[in-house]
Design a protein around this ligand. Structure first.
Ligand SMILES: NC(=O)c1ccc[n+]([C@@H]2O[C@H](COP(=O)([O-])OP(=O)(O)OC[C@H]3O[C@@H](n4cnc5c(N)ncnc54)[C@H](O)[C@@H]3O)[C@@H](O)[C@H]2O)c1
Length: 373
């Protein structure tokens, strides 16, 4: 993988530690499939821009034993995450650190890339212990529920509340195994302070095969990344039922209608063009054809076993974010009396819970409000 330099004039726009001018330290908080794939990119870019970024990148590893050895030690000696990204070498400047607080100490860029159910616990441990100049980039696709249980909370807002620092997001059509194979793709960074921080963030992630666009509409970028996993579950159900590509195209279209309606209702003021970025339609398509949510939901229909059991059998410790996101979206719709307006989202939740047979997915598509006009 080669890294092209660009925007040298803009490079002076943002220096998180401009008083010292020492290179910015970067930590990757998470080391699963996507965390390890992004480490391959960030390991390259920090070396390429070593005057701007410290090329030693710490990666927090949730410690576990793999065949009697600590995963962090395996990563630091063999430079391979044998559990979550086997067969792919990580750059030697990626250093696994099992202590969360230590891994983030002094870092000004924290790349959050863990399944969303772990965010709160991680933030609680880091509260008050990160650099005052810290800036988070969240790669997490999911949503959280507000404390009072009545509404959704964006993961970026949750991180911001705990850590009291700026939080931007990176989402896109980025199945980790393909990114790890250096296959060409695009991604979108949502950054409300794009003109100030955009160039620096772009340099941190942009390579010949991982092309970054930066937009200001960060809420839309993040919600597209979370909600597409719910639509991918619907695609998995129709695959499991034996339906073909025309049906899947209907799932993608109706799913996109629900995503845009949801974003506009709960976070008004989105920019329509954001849905045409990689984080929008492109991620929706790739997730409905590849990806673990589709796969798990197809197997759920075929095997007729509970979702948790199928996930355990198929994912080797990885996590499918679609079913929990569908549950969180359902509670939000229920609390705001909007269940009938989002039948695809609702059907996914009910099927995952065993409250509706998978064939109900087709009834839901057939009776969708989009067909009633
Ligand atoms: N995998 C992809 O293709 C992909 C692509 C884009 C975005 N994402 C998003 O990236 C995020 C991370 O996904 P991933 O694929 O890297 O993870 P993963 O599902 O591959 O791995 C699970 C991770 O969770 C860690 N973990 C397990 N128990 C934990 C605990 N109690 N506390 C903290 N961590 C624990 C594991 O060590 C592992 O690193 C998710 O939000 C996902 O939606 C994934």
């Amino acid at each position: 993988m080669t890294v092209r330099f660009f925007g040298s004039a803009a490079s002076a726009l943002f220096r998180p530690n401009s008083t010292t001018m020492s290179p910015t330290k970067v930590t990757i908080v998470g080391s699963g499939n996507w965390g390890s794939a992004i480490a391959r990119i960030v390991g390259q870019t920090t070396k390429a821009y070593s005057n701007e970024f410290d090329p030693t990148v710490r990666m927090w590893v949730f410690e576990e034993m793999v065949n009697g050895e600590k995963l962090s030690e395996i990563i630091n000696t063999r430079h391979e995450n044998v559990k979550y990204l086997p067969g792919k070498i990580l750059p030697e400047n990626i250093v696994a650190v099992p202590d969360l607080v230590q891994s983030c100490d002094g870092s000004e860029i924290l790349i959050f890339v863990v399944p969303h159910q772990f965010v709160k616990g991680i933030c609680k441990q880091l509260e008050g212990k990160i650099s005052p100049n810290a800036h988070v980039v969240s790669l997490i696709k999911g949503v959280s529920v507000q404390e009072n249980g009545t509404g959704l909370k964006l993961i970026s807002d949750e991180i911001r509340e705990y850590l009291k620092c700026p939080v931007d997001v990176l989402m896109g059509a980025n199945l980790a195994p393909e990114v790890a194979n250096d296959m060409f793709c695009e991604a979108t960074i949502g950054c409300q302070t794009r003109s100030v921080h955009g160039p620096m963030l772009k340099r941190l992630f942009h390579t010949d095969n991982f092309r970054i666009s930066v937009v200001e509409d960060a809420h839309t970028v993040e919600l597209c990344g979370a909600l597409k996993n719910v639509v991918a579950c619907a695609a998995g159900f129709t695959d499991g039922l034996g339906y073909g590509d025309n049906t899947k195209a209907a799932v993608i279209r109706l799913g996109l209608m629900e995503i845009t309606k949801f974003v506009e209702h709960y976070y008004p003021g989105s920019n329509l063009s954001t849905f045409f970025e990689s984080c929008g339609i492109a991620d929706l398509i790739t997730t409905c054809y590849g990806g673990r949510n589709r796969k798990v939901c197809e197997a759920f229909v075929k095997a007729g076993k509970p979702m948790a059991e199928v996930e355990k059998e198929l994912l080797n410790g990885q996590s499918a974010q679609g079913p929990p996101t569908a549950a969180e979206v359902f509670h939000m719709l229920e609390a705001t009396n909007l269940i009938s307006s989002f039948p695809l989202f609702v059907a996914v939740h009910r099927i995952c819970q065993g409250e509706m047979p998978p064939s109900g997915m087709i009834d839901c598509l057939r009776d969708h409000p989009e067909h009633q006009a």
